[in-house]
Design a protein around this ligand. Sequence first.
Ligand code: GLU
Length: 556
Amino acid sequence: MRDNMTNQELADLIFPNINKTIEDYEEIYPERNLKEGAKVVRFAPSPTGFMHIGNMMSATINYVLAKSSGGVFYLRNEDTDQARSVEGAVEFIYHTLNHYGINPDEYEFDGNIVGNYGPYIQSERMEIYHTFIKHLISIGRAYPCFLSSDELNQIREYQAKSKKRIGIYGRYAKFRDVSNEEAAQRIRNGEKFTIRFRSEGDFNRKFIFEDLTKGKIEMPENDIDVPIMKSENLLPTYHFAHVVDDHLMRTTHVVRGEEWMSSVPLHFELFKAFGFKMPKYIHTSLILKKDGDIIRKISKRKDPEALMFYYEEKGYPAIAVIDAVLTIANSNFEEWRQNHADTPFYEFPFSPKKMSSSGALFDLDKLDNISKNYLAKMKAEELYENYLTWAEKYDEHVYELIHKYKSDTVSFLNIERESKKPRKDYENYSSIFSKIWYMYDEEWDRELHYDFGCIQDKDEIVRIVREYLHNYYCETDSEEEWFLKVKELCDKMNYASNMKEYKENPTKYKGNVADFTTAIRVVLTTSSMTPNLYDIMKILGSKRMLKRLEIFQEKY
Ligand code: GLU
C-alpha cells in the first residue's frame, strides 16, 4: 500500500481530541525552584497489593533523601493496572505512611490534590499520557500494533519453546513497518490495537548505566517494542507512564525495587526518545529472611512479616520499625543511631553506597531488640497511653482492663523503669499482657499455673506467706524496712537471710532468703520471676494479697 499518510496524520487519527503539546505541559509543570542539591523523590506504589516491607524500605529511603536535602517527597498512585487493583490498598498506603510519620509533601487523597505537579493518580492523567503518546507517533517512535492476544500467545509459546528471548522485537514486530495508510485503514475498520514503542536499540550492543548503589551496570540495549498504551482501556503501561511522570514531576532520584533494574535500558530509551534527562537511580536490594538454614527472599504469601499489617498488629512502635528498616538499608545506620539516640531518623546521612547490593537480611530478633530499647526508654505514662491506643484497636479485653485500672497499670509499668538501666521486658505492645496479667484480679478467674521455685511444699508456702502477710507486712514500710522484715521472718523460720552463711552451711537451713521471697512471689503472681517484688506488693496492697493467698490455698 502506498504511504501518503504522514505520522502526524496517523497521530491525529488516533488522538483526534488531543490538542495540547508536550511544550504546554513543560510550562504547566516547570522546573522546581529548589536549593542546590535538593532531591525530588517519589514513592510510587501500585495498588495491586497491600503495602509490604519492600515498599516501606523504598518509602523510608525516599523520605530520608528528601528531608535531609531540603527536597520534596511526593506520593504517586500508579493505578494503571486496574484489573489487578486490590480494594483498600490505597487507603492502607496512606494510613501506613501516616502511621510511620513519613508523610509526603505532595499527594492526592479523597479528591484533594496537595502540590502543583498533580494529579498524582495515574488514571487521572490520561490526557497527559495521550499527548505524549501522540507526540511519539508523530515523530515515528510509536506505532499501532494489531497483534491479537492469540497471536501474541503463539509468539510467546514459540519463543519459549525455541529458547528465544521473549517479546516483540525484530521479525516478531509485525506491524512496526506497515504503512501508515494500512494502519489507518485497520483503525477505521474498528480493529483493536495497542500502541507500541518503536525501539531503535540493538540487543548486541552494550548499554552502561550507573546505579548509585550498585555502581556501573552493563546490560544489552533494549530492542523490544513494548506496549505503551493498552487497547482495552487506553491506559498507558507502567514503563511509559512513569517516564512521563518522573519527568513532569521533576524527579531527581528514583528509589525503587531491584526488580525494575532489568527495565532500565528500556526506560533510558524512552527518556531519550523525548529528549528528557534521566533521574538518578537507587535500586533497593531484595529483602531476605533466614528460614532455618537457608536464606531466601521474603514472601508476601508465606511470611506474615512481609506485609506492613504485621507490625501494627504486633504493636511495634513506629520508630522501631523505621530503625529496623534503615538498619538493613544502610550498613552504618546502627552506629549512627548509637551516637544519635534522640535525633530524628530523617537526619541520618543516607548513603546509597552503603546499601547492600546483594540483598538485605531482615531479622525480627533485631527488630525486637530495637523495639525493647525504645519501649524501655519511654516514661510509664507514655508507654501506657501508647499501649492503650494499641489495645483499643487490637485487644478489647486488654483495653478494658488497663483502662479500668489505669493507675495500677502505670505503676506496674513504672517498676525499675526510671533508672540508668531500665528493664527491657517488652518487645511490642502485644507482648506486654503476658507479663503483667497477674496484676488484675479479674484474671484470677482463669486456670492458674503456679510456677514454683525451690520450695515445693505447698503447706510450707502457705505457712510462710500467711505468717508474713498477717504479722510482718506493712503497707507504709520503705523498701529497706520491708526487706529487714522479710529477713527477720526468714531467720525465724530457719531460712538463711544471709547468703554467705547459707553457702557455707546449706544443710543447716531449710533454704535461703531468695527461696523465701520466691514463695511469696509465686503466691502473689503465680510466677517465680517478676520485676521488683516490693513494688508489686505495694501496688497490690494487703487486702488483695490476702485474697490471693486464699485462692492459692483453695487450689491446693
Ligand atoms: N508502581 C511500581 C511498583 O509498585 C513502582 C516502581 C517505581 O517506583 O518506579 O512496583
